[in-house]
Design a protein around this ligand. Structure first.
Ligand code: ANZ
Length: 804
């Protein structure tokens, strides 16, 4: 090519052009192809906020895009879809503030997200996209709830639950952070609310044992294990002086002889019974304390270092079953009613919390010199070994508007019935006011024409509408935001099926998710719920694999300039659109890939973007140095010409880039490509084949510019209707392991500690040969001359060190 043919690099034109061509050619459409190995690459789907995509999204989605693009080129059949997790409080709060239907704002936000993602060249099969707020999608969320319900895993409950006074809704344990509402930071209260609960605890053991075989980072696996919190101990019965018995849960039955008092959780039913029967002498004091702790959060009650409080039950003693000794009984908030049995045997000498309590209340402390054998002592006192879990059942109802309605109706006596399949989806109606009522009811409660529905109960015991039937009342709570996200990836496999959640054959082909990318904040919420639903669906033989996410990769945050979390308030949010406008999408993608280790947080630095831009321009300009036919000479063993070094470098680069992409270590892959380019670009001419290899390696990170150059290199194969030959459909470069080994090394000659010369020689040459070459060098002769060196040390493949 002649110099005057040079065209400057203009990302704007190139990127729009290829975005359109790829979409027209359906380049990323996935179909089942049994001749290929499937590869399901999944991003944690976003909540489509009004602010649009931010740099953090670009980091996660960019990582999976690079990975997926390489996998396609390696011959895998990649399934890569994006969807929207669009129910939930933010949309509703926006709706309340701006008086717009959340349906409308969600649609607008979703369109903007999709526009941005398409622009970033993310290779999703958009024909499969889903949105959790779409009735065609939530029909199946409701259907799964129905299966759980029919299996006895859902129940209605009135127990006190976490209540956020500002979001005005009940919350699951997973929605709390340090006892505060994860969303708004308010301290949660305990409030009895009518709700639906899913018995996730029935799956505690499966969720725990399943963790072991997952290819996840150990720290996340450990977080899951701790959340499930398996604890092996014993249940032992104690008798009260008032003749009732109660059971304690202890992990240390071997310390039974050290028990000097017992404690009930203030809410323990037995305390109520003792009070009702006037068996406690200081009943009023006890009642007052119960009221005091009623609204306290678990974290407030149990955090270490907090001063212990409690009240002794005057006139009541417990009898230690090991030695028949009478010990005092207390109520104290450090004992929780919903863990173990809600009662403990306290052993102050061997338990920190009991020790603090005993000190404060001046209770006897018995230090044991020897511990009993756990199993013997339990047997002796008639107890039993048991297993407990910290995991709580899943509070699965929100007293809010913007969520999936339940597929449940009640009759006039509040008996619940699940609706027949023909009634699905139960559509969320439009309302005038989205405000939560705050009294534990959702705004749906006020829409009489929706709540009341005529029908009958069919032979299956399910509700069916019937104009002439009697009145039933719809459940007015809605599902929590975690419902749709607990199974959405399964729908990607078969998104338009209106008969089944997912067709069995189709699901069998795509199977589990091969790699799942997202943020760490989901380690104990979405990833517990998602695994639970998946395991349940597997048990019901609806899907074919028990664990949904084979490999999980937690991608670090992109922090705003100055190292702070990006936030609107701080004004440090980076909108990918703005960066793409100035530098181009490829530069943005390359910057994000190169800015640091993907797994770690890193700080955005706009000044540093010129580097990636220059790199791309250099790759661009290299096309004008191509010499055809290829200038790279044949590779002969032992030939130490610089071209052999380049061939070795090329093979090393293919190897490193392939391996690094596999591990999502994009920054080191880019560094290797830079090394390669530095070496190649020194030459006057560049051979076509090496250049094409470089383009293929770079294509997953910079899909647009590589495609543009590719087209100019292979004009005969250019676009044409339906006959596109894209670089993204090319075969991934292969390397030859033998050729990755350095055949030539540089040896330094150091004389009296000073570097005087370097020369190249075949790798691993024997010391005598290295010395022979060194002694014949001009510089050696100049500095050593006729002097007999005191010492010569040869360090293999590195240095000849001469001491005169
Ligand atoms: C006597 C004892 C002696 C205990 C000792 C510990 C050490 P994990 O491992 O977390 O399961 N406990 C039991 N139920 C409780 C409740 N509802 N609220 C607060 N504490 C409760 O802890 C189990 C231990 O925590 C149990 O074993 C019990 O104290 C306490 F040297 O019993 B242990």
């Amino acid at each position: 090519m002649k110099m005057q043919d040079k065209i400057p690099y203009e990302p704007k034109d190139i990127e729009k052009k290829w975005q359109d061509v790829w979409e027209k050619n359906n380049l990323y459409k996935s179909e089942i192809d049994k001749t290929k190995t499937k590869m399901h690459v999944l991003d944690m789907f976003p909540y489509p906020s009004g602010e649009g995509l931010h740099a953090g999204h670009a980091k996660i989605f960019g990582a999976s895009d690079i990975y997926a693009r390489m996998k396609r080129m390696q011959g895998f059949n990649v399934l890569k879809v994006q969807g929207y997790d669009a129910f939930g409080l933010p949309a509703e709060q926006f709706a309340i503030k701006n008086k717009v239907n959340p349906k409308i704002s969600t649609k607008k936000n979703t369109e903007n997200f999709e526009r941005q993602m398409r622009r970033l060249g993310l290779s999703y099969d958009w024909s499969r996209s889903v949105n959790t707020t779409d009735p065609k999608f939530y029909k199946w969320t409701q259907w799964i709830f129905k299966q759980l319900y029919k299996d006895g895993l859902c129940f209605e409950s009135h127990e006190p639950i976490n209540w956020c006074p500002s979001c005005k809704t009940g919350l699951a344990n997973e929605d709390l952070e340090d006892g505060k509402c994860e969303r708004c930071g308010s301290v949660v209260e305990k409030k009895p609310i009518r709700q639906w609960v899913i018995k996730i605890t029935d799956y505690a053991e499966k969720l725990l044992s399943g963790v072991d075989n997952l290819n996840w980072k150990e720290s996340i696996k450990e977080m899951q294990r701790n959340w499930i919190g398996k604890s092996e101990g014993a249940e032992i019965d104690f008798r009260l002086s008032t003749s009732q018995t109660f059971t304690v849960f202890t992990t240390r039955p071997d310390t039974l002889f050290g028990c000097t008092y017992c404690v009930f959780a203030p809410e323990n039913k037995l305390v109520e019974e003792l009070l009702n029967n006037n068996l406690i002498n200081n009943g009023n004091e006890v009642k007052k304390y119960i009221l005091e702790v009623k609204d306290k959060s678990e974290i407030e009650r149990t955090s270490s270092g907090k001063e212990k409080t409690g009240v002794k039950l005057e006139g009541v003693f417990a009898i230690n079953p090991a030695n028949q000794k009478e010990v005092p009984v207390y109520i104290a908030d450090y004992v929780l009613n919903n863990y173990g049995t809600g009662a403990i045997m306290a052993v102050p000498a061997h338990d920190e919390r009991d020790f603090e309590f005993a000190k404060k209340f001046d209770i006897e402390i018995i230090e044991l010199e020897k511990f009993e054998d756990k199993n013997e002592i339990v047997k002796k006192v008639g107890g039993k070994m048991v297993t407990k879990y910290k995991l709580r059942d899943w509070v699965f109802a929100r007293q809010r508007y913007w969520g999936e309605p339940f597929p449940i109706v009640f009759d006039e006596n509040h008996n619940p019935f699940v609706v027949a399949d023909s009634e699905l989806p139960v559509i969320l109606p439009d309302v005038e006011s989205y405000e939560p009522t705050g009294d534990g009811e959702s705004p749906l409660k006020n829409i009489q024409e929706w709540v009341e529905v005529n029908g009958k109960i069919n032979s299956e015991g399910e509700f069916e509408s019937d104009e002439n039937g009697k009145i039933f009342y719809r459940e007015t709570n809605t599902m929590p935001q975690w419902a749709g996200s607990s199974w959405y990836w399964l729908r990607y496999m078969d998104p338009h099926n209106d008969q089944e959640m997912v067709n069995k054959e189709i699901e069998k082909y795509w199977g589990d998710v091969d790699i799942y990318l997202g943020g760490m904040e989901h380690a104990t919420r979405h990833l517990i719920y998602g695994r639970f639903w998946n395991q349940f669906l597997f048990d019901k033989k609806i899907i074919s694999t028990p664990e949904p996410f084979k490999r999980l990769e937690a991608v670090g945050l992109v922090l705003g300039e100055g190292g702070m979390k990006m936030s609107k308030r701080l004004g440090n949010v980076i909108n990918p659109d703005d960066i793409a406008d100035i530098f181009g999408v490829d530069t943005l993608r390359l910057y994000i890939a190169f800015a640091g280790d993907y797994h770690d947080d890193y700080t955005w630095d706009t000044k540093a973007i010129v580097g990636p831009r220059r790199f791309i321009e250099r790759v661009w300009n290299m096309q004008y140095k191509i010499q055809t036919p290829p200038s790279l000479p044949s590779i002969e063993e032992g030939n130490s010409s610089p071209n052999i070094k380049l061939t070795t470098l090329l093979h090393q680069t293919i190897k490193k880039v392939s391996n690094d992409y596999e591990k999502l270590q994009f920054n080191t892959a880019v560094a290797q490509m830079m090394t390669f380019i530095n070496a190649y670009d020194k030459n006057e001419n560049i051979d076509l084949e090496s250049y094409k290899t470089l383009l293929k390696l770079l294509a997953p990170i910079c899909p647009f510019v590589t495609e543009e150059i590719w087209e100019s290199l292979t004009p005969a194969l250019s676009i044409g209707e339906g006959a596109m030959q894209s670089i993204h459909q090319e075969e991934w470069p292969k390397y030859d392991e033998l050729q990755t080994i350095d055949k030539v090394v540089n040896i330094a000659i150091q004389i009296n500690g000073k570097l005087r010369d370097t020369f190249s020689i075949a790798t691993d040459s024997p010391d005598v040969e290295v010395l022979e070459v060194a002694k014949n060098r001009e510089q050696y002769k100049k500095w050593v001359g006729e002097v007999e060196p005191k010492k010569i040390i040869v360090i293999k493949n590195k240095i000849v060190n001469v001491v005169l």
